[in-house]
Each structure stands twice: as C-alpha cells, then as structure tokens.
Ligand binder design. Structure first.
Ligand code: FRU
Length: 491
C-alpha cells in the first residue's frame, strides 16, 4: 500500500479508538512479534531517544509513528525499566503539537538537571513548499513522569553555512556547562557535527563545528551523533549517510560507527582520534544512543532496523525493535560491546554439551528453540571452517561461522526465512584474527544478536523464519574442532 502525505501526517486527534484497535489486532496476529525486545505496540519504531537513568529508573524513549510501518509524523514513545531487562510501556511522551514540531518530534536525548529530566529534541517542520525547517526543542519531565513542552525552541536556526539537515541533539555535562552535539550538513552537502554550550539547557551558544580527522567528505549527513568519555578516552559515535561500501565494510544502506581518541578539546573544538569503525557488522542496526547509569556504566541501545527498507512485518502493521542494551568498554582503541549483565535474569532451563566435531554437521536435539541465549566456544581447531546453524527448519537456516583461512566471521541469512533487503546482500563478514572463537548469541522470535569473542565484534540481524524452524546444529569442514555449548531458554 502506498501511503499518502495526508495519511502519514494525520494528527492522532483524528484517529478513532476503533482504528487503533483494528491495527493492534493485526499487529498481534503477526508470527514475528518479539518476546524480550522493545517493540512498538503498533506502527513503526526507529531511533532510541532520551536514554537516561533518572529517579531510580532507566528511561528509554523511541521514535514512533503509531499508524503503520512507514515513516510519518514522529512521536516519542516512553518505556522505562528498573533493570534494563523488563520494560514497561509508559505511553506517548512527546506529541507534535505546535509550529516548532508540526511535522515530527524527531530524535534527541535526555539529561537530569535540578531533579528533572530535560529532553532535548529536534522539532521537524515543513512549509507549504514542503521545505524543512528544524528547531531544537526542549521538554521537561518531572519525577512523576509528566512531560511539559517549552513554548519556544531553544535553538531556532541552523548555524550559517549549514543546510536544514540539522538534527538529533545529544547532550552531556562537563564541569559547570552543558554541551550538545548536533548532526549538521554543510552547504556543500557533506556531513559534519556542531557543538553548542549552555549553562541551563535553555540558552544555547553555538561553539563551532567539531574538527575531526575524517576529512571534508565523509558522507553527506551525520545523524544521531553522541559523544562521551570512557576509560580516559573520547568516543564519538554517529550514523553517517552516504559512505561507500568497501570490501566487507559498509554494506548496509546507512552505517553507524565511531572513532576513539583523546578527550574532546572543548577550547579548539577538536577531536583527535583513530580510524572509523562500524559498531555492528550485521544487517539491521542504526542510530544508536548511549547513556551512563548510576553504576558508571556506559550503555548503548540501537535501532534494530534501517531506513528505506521494507520488512516482512509491514503487512501486519508494525516494524522494527530496539537491540538489547550493551555495556561499552574501550580496548586498544576499539569499543568492546557486551550484553548488560542483567540479561542473565532471563535465563531459564539450561542445557549443555561438549564434543568434538569432525567434517560433519551435528544436530543438537535438546538445544531446539526460537527464543534463547546460546554460548558456543570453538577451540583446538584444525578445520577450514566451523560454526553454527540456527533456526533450522526444512528449508531454512541461519549460519554463524568462522572461516579459518580467511580469518573471518560470517553471518549468512540467505536461507533464514522470508527474504527481504536482498539487494544489499544476504551475507556479512568481518575480519577477526584469533585462536579461539566464541559466540554469545541472543535469539528472539525474529532476530539474532551475536557477540563474538567477548564483544570484540557484534553482528545484529532480523530474520523471519517459520515457527517450526527451531533446530540448532554445529559443524566443521576440512578438519575437526572442539565445541563447548551452553543454552538457556529465555523465559
Ligand atoms: C535517524 C533519523 C534522525 C531523525 C529521526 C526521524 O534514523 O533520520 O536523524 O531525527 O530518524 O525519525
């Protein structure tokens, strides 16, 4: 179905309860609803927003178009949790309502200030010629969870020299000042990030464009920037659009990645850093956002999806989910990402096995399932290739393997189930030189997240297999390998 502009930008005030109920019914009939991931009740979810620890709870908002699986009038939807595992759907948080956000409450971030949670976001507007004009807006949530939008934007225009692609403020505090980075497109249509400062989160001064070592031509727009310091280093995370695929890198329609280096020089507005790395080597990952919690952990959540791609759940009136939260650390100039420890709470019944596999594919009968956590370690291998087949059915399987000669981890969803996004390829690979290979995998009804060797690389992907495709197999070719595997059902 083609969605008209009118349908995409309809106000929720004009939508009847019956319509929403009919949509919810269609959504709930979908065989691919997730079980432990944050997903929209109806419609489309995209970027995580306002991720913060406030008043004893984690708050995680997301971009939401309630009426169907398309990008239309965006709202902020609110979820919260005490433990990063069990999330409560709180409901609508920010609705577009005025001349500064009439065409969408776009992405932004949250920070605690004077006992309240300040939510800085981009108000998207369009004029009669459908030209956009973005405003940076502020909404304030009190400790009872009620949210009030400020009447006027806190930043009314993009700085001169930049186009109207100016959005996604990510705020942090350093010393007495607040800072925000905002994704901005230069007038020559290249991507960049700019910095503002403020004493009170209301009055903002433009500080300048952040100088980086990425050159003047690193994609045409940087969405969802994020800056933080971790283990004494500065980490800048962003989602550049327009990078060219190269070898096995940058295979998805848009990328998201990071650079690590010295803490940002706020005087000269400069980042000195190492190379750009992709955050996730799988298929469906974009626009991540981080927060720091009361334990000092830096935690990242991403959108498990991408813009401009049709997904098999579209016909059921919904699309996308968020990734599980990942704790970040820095190791040798790269980020290491591990599922937050609290996820162990989900562990139910446990099975394990230890065996040698030699030029064969072995079915682990008691490992069957469609929602579980799985750890597999491969060691003392003489094989050319070894790995796993998951969600195995009559004509379906999802392969996670290691190619020992090429020293590459491979995620193959060619036969995972209902096909989609095939024009971007169905295999992802990433170099990893290691003696031992371990996979820690979270499987939900329609997704897989693979943490390789303690989170040195991560592969995330949606898959849409049949309900009965729940086999688990291990294999090795061209030699043998030792396999140690543990699986927990997720309750
Ligand atoms: C990234 C993004 C942001 C924007 C939001 C709109 O996916 O395009 O730049 O604020 O989504 O939903």
């Amino acid at each position: 179905m083609e969605w008209t502009k009118e349908q995409r930008y309809r106000s929720m005030d004009d939508v009847t309860d019956e319509e929403i109920q009919a949509l919810a019914k269609l959504v709930n009939q979908c065989p691919w609803r997730q079980s432990f991931h944050i997903q929209p009740v109806t419609g489309l979810l995209n970027d995580p927003n306002g991720f913060s620890y406030f008043n004893g709870e984690y708050h995680l908002f997301y971009q939401w178009f309630p009426l169907g699986p398309v990008h239309g009038l965006k709202h902020w939807y609110h979820t919260k949790s005490k433990d990063l595992v069990h999330w409560e759907n709180v409901g609508m948080a920010i609705e577009p309502s005025n001349e500064f956000d009439s065409h969408g409450a776009y992405s932004g971030s949250g920070i605690e200030h004077e006992g309240k949670l300040y939510l800085l976001y981009t108000g998207n507007t369009r004029d009669e010629n459908w030209d956009r004009h973005p405003y940076q807006c502020l909404a304030i949530m009190d400790s009872n969870g009620s949210i009030v939008k400020m009447d006027a934007p806190v930043i009314a225009d993009a700085p001169s020299g930049y186009t109207d692609h100016f959005r996604d403020p990510k705020v942090w505090k350093q010393g007495d000042l607040f800072y925000t980075v905002i994704g901005a497109q230069r007038e020559n249509e290249t991507g960049s990030v700019v910095l503002y400062r403020s004493r009170d989160l209301k009055d903002w001064q433009f500080a300048g464009e952040v100088k980086t070592g990425l050159g003047e031509d690193f994609g045409y727009m940087w969405e969802c920037p994020d800056y933080f310091e971790l283990d004494g280093q500065g980490v800048f995370l962003f989602s550049p659009q327009g990078l060219k695929a190269e070898g096995e890198s940058c295979q998805n329609i848009y990328q998201s990645g990071y650079v690590v280096g010295r803490p940002i020089d706020l005087e000269n507005i400069e980042l000195k850093h190492g190379p750009f790395y992709e955050l996730d080597r799988g298929f469906d990952f974009y626009a991540p956002q981080t927060t720091v919690d009361h334990q000092g952990r830096r935690i990242l959540v991403g959108w498990m999806g991408l813009p401009e791609i049709d997904y098999p759940t579209d016909k059921n009136g919904w699309a996308h989910c968020l990734t599980i939260p990942r704790e970040l650390t820095v190791k040798e100039g790269k980020l290491v990402q591990q599922p937050v420890d609290e996820l162990k709470m989900l562990r139910g019944e446990k099975v394990e096995t230890s065996r040698k596999v030699e030029n064969e594919t072995v079915c682990l009968d008691n490992f069957k399932g469609d929602v579980y956590e799985l750890h597999v370690e491969f060691s003392d291998s003489t094989a050319e290739e070894f790995g796993l087949e998951l969600r195995v059915g009559e004509n379906e399987k999802t392969i996670i393997k290691y190619d020992c000669a090429a020293k590459k981890v491979v995620f193959d969803r060619t036969e995972s189930g209902e096909p989609f996004a095939e024009e971007f390829g169905t295999i992802r690979k990433c170099k990893l030189d290691a003696e031992k290979i371990s996979f820690r995998i979270f499987v939900d009804v329609s997704s897989i997240e693979v943490f390789v060797n303690g989170g040195e690389e991560v592969f995330t992907g949606r898959i849409f297999p049949g309900k009965n495709s729940n086999g688990v197999r291990v294999f090795s070719c061209g030699g043998q390998t030792n396999v140690q595997a543990v699986k927990w059902d997720i309750k």
